[in-house]
Design a binder for this molecule. Sequence first.
Ligand code: GLC
Length: 443
Amino acid sequence: MKEPMMKKTIHLAAALVLGTFALHAAYKPEQWNLEARQKFAAQRFGVFIHWGLYANYAQGEWYLQQGKLDEKAYSRMMHGFCPSKFDAKEWVRVFKDAGAKYVTITSRHHDGFSLWPTKVDDGYNIALTPFKRDILGELAEACKEEGLQLNFYYSLMDWHRKDYPAGAAAKAVLGDQKGDYASYKAFMLAQITELIDSYRPGNIWFDGEWEHAKCKDGKWTRTLDWEFDSIYDLIHSKKTLVANNNHQPIRPKEDIQLFERDLPGENGAGFSPNQTVAHDRPVEQCDVIQDNVWGYKIGEKKFRTAEDVVAMVARAAARDANLLMNIGPDGSGQLPSRAVEVLKDVGVWMRRNGESIYGTTAGGVGLLKDVVSTRRGNVLYLHFITPGVTKFAFRLNGEVVACDCLADGGKASVERMPSGDAVVTLERPGKDAFDVVVKLVVK
Ligand code: GLC
């Protein structure tokens, strides 16, 4: 090869290598981002709200699709959406009393209806209902006053717009609509910009990607390129975190890993068979207070109890995860009274035992059915979840300098075995007491 030619080839090769490197250069979160992630993880317990036109139908948030309704007919409910009992302050008071540190609400669910008076107008938002009021705005205001963080769920899947490329689930409503993703993406970006600029949420919580993705034998097939990199960059440029409920392994620019109805790593509800736990990011488990439904459903009798919710918070915290517990307000704007009662009791427990939840990390011992653990520095919290269980033996390095029971009327003691094991014995405060916490200070 002649010399100039050789030089050119070397330059070209170097450019290619650099180019590839630039493309794949590992994403590094900025300082604000790392701090926001940490703040989020320390909150540990949030309330999820699924609310929209579907509350009026009272059949859950998938009713348009599952009930095989005509979309045009469904969307006419916009003219009948008037939740006169909606009181953001009252909601936030209930959530705060329950010990929740944040609220995540559906700014726009799969039906495509926006709960704020969006200027990115597609003729389908709260300003055009008889109610007219800015629901997200009122909630943002109330959350700010009470010191709760507000976050926005945003559905990627859309059953209303003509430019949305229908995937496996949306097809039931839209047929084989090809859509125009460039146009739909521009719409989403404009809405997300507006949401962040107007209300300053802590995170944007995406959902619906899964209708365009499938995993078989460890291999993913995708029917739409969402161009997430640029969507995430926009959100990050506004100092807001990204979460995506896609049931997939986490991507570098996603700040929070979500597990839908599953404890991270357990795949208990079957949504996460192909999801590995990201140990370098905050993790959030979202779940329902009613049985398997997120939006309001009349006649739904199965509600979780306070005992269930507390056990879920503890189990999540013991896996280094937050719990986001969902409630579906009804069409009048009220929270279901059963849910309010449950939250009240959760709050009583949280006031007494909150130090074993907020700002803790996984305790590292006892990931069992009966006892789980959380930790803060040299303090270890043992959660005796199952009523009746009074003994727990585990391997412990170091010396126990204090052993207390956080529950009123409960007592705990610890014995060291020659093997080095510690055995904690608990006198439960009552036979119905749930999640009794023992606090050990270890030196
Ligand atoms: C599912 C459902 C949806 C709900 C979400 C919450 O993806 O499609 O209705 O909003 O889970 O995690």
